[in-house]
Design a protein around this ligand. Structure first.
Ligand SMILES: [Zn+2]
Length: 76
């Protein structure tokens, strides 16, 4: 059922009897801590991806500068 699915919190997979009890749970330290650590994990994954992308671009830059150097060497 769509409604009951919405009353399950992802942090503990518990089913809450009403929107009010779920809302109260969302304000607990346990839930807030889970939310923050989940956000931190997502950030770490993004940072990791960007670092990999950055190192690929740096390598590509070196290759391109070498090619440009070769072409300019041929022109002279
Ligand atoms: Zn929760």
């Amino acid at each position: 059922m769509e409604i009951s699915r919405q009353l399950i919190c992802q942090c503990n997979q518990k089913l809450y009897k009403s929107a009010a009890t779920l809302k109260a749970h969302l304000k607990t330290q346990g839930h807030i801590f889970w939310e923050q650590s989940t956000a931190q994990k997502d950030l770490n994954v993004k940072i990791n991806r960007l670092e990999i992308e950055n190192s690929h671009l740096r390598r590509l830059n070196v290759i391109l500068l070498e090619r440009i150097g070769e072409i300019e060497g041929i022109k002279k």
